[in-house]
Design a protein around this ligand. Structure first.
Ligand code: ADE
Length: 249
């Protein structure tokens, strides 16, 4: 049976989304997830919501236990994962408030566990394919829902995930643009990798909140700027998630 895992990024993890909700305080073989799971329904479908950075936003990107988060959703029986994230834009045409339905990532993280497999069984090597890491069916549902809700969005986009918690230098930001990245964030790469390893279809919608620091005609991004744009656009993402869930079989 379908059970939908939602991983809510900064500002996009409102537990009010769910009906008949209760908390589940869980532990996994990789430790505790960022927060208790919020279990309930949306549009009559079983949903498990997890706040990626904790309910009070206390867990910085480097210290999120991504393995525990994915394992907790797997243990809870989730059969697919919808993730939300804020991102910086590396392209003029991706303006503040636009949504991007990610289809590729570049992993520029440095100090996070990026695999469930710390040791192989003898002759049991596991090297997970990652050519197309975001699930196509879920991406189509996101894109169709954006269209029916008339939300300005980009049907594809490559995200580069940096280690953080600092923002990028101008040299880095320009390099990422040359590499072909469209948006930048601090969380998608290991999460998406681990969902693939766990065999759970995963898709992510990224809300553009700033232009990072590559643009010379405006001041570099600050956390306050990001929060401001969140506040103005959060409803778009929550209504999108509800619309997608409506259309999941
Ligand atoms: N999340 C939102 N904006 C970002 C940026 N400019 N860099 C990294 N992560 C972000």
């Amino acid at each position: 049976m379908t059970k939908i895992g939602i991983i809510g990024g900064s500002g996009l993890d409102d537990p009010q989304l769910l009906q008949n909700a209760h908390d589940l305080d869980v532990d996994t073989i990789y430790g505790k997830p960022s927060a208790p799971l919020k279990v309930g329904t949306i549009e009559g479908k079983d949903v498990v919501l997890l706040a990626r950075h904790g309910r009070e936003h206390t867990v910085p990107p480097t210290f999120v236990n991504y393995r525990a988060n994915i394992q907790a959703l797997k243990d809870a029986g989730c059969t697919l994962i919808l993730a939300t994230t804020a991102c910086g834009s590396l392209r003029e045409e991706i303006d503040r408030g636009h949504l991007v339905i990610l289809d590729q990532f570049i992993d520029f993280t440095r100090r996070r566990p990026v695999s469930f497999y710390e040791e192989f069984e003898p002759h049991g090597a596991v090297h997970t394919g990652m050519a197309d890491p975001f699930d196509d069916n879920l991406r189509s549902l996101f894109n169709d829902a954006c269209k029916s809700l008339d939300i300005t969005h980009h049907e594809t986009g490559t995200v580069i995930t940096i280690e953080g918690s600092r923002f990028s230098t101008r040299a880095e930001s320009n390099m990422f643009r040359m590499w072909g990245a469209d948006v930048i964030n601090m969380s998608v790469a290991p999460e998406c990798i681990l969902a693939n390893e766990a065999g759970i279809p995963y898709a992510a919608v990224a809300m553009s909140t700033d232009y990072d620091c590559w643009k010379t005609d405006e001041a570099p991004v600050t956390w306050d700027d990001i929060l401001e744009v969140f506040k103005g656009n959060v409803e778009k993402v929550t209504s999108l998630i509800v619309e997608v869930i409506k259309n999941i079989d």
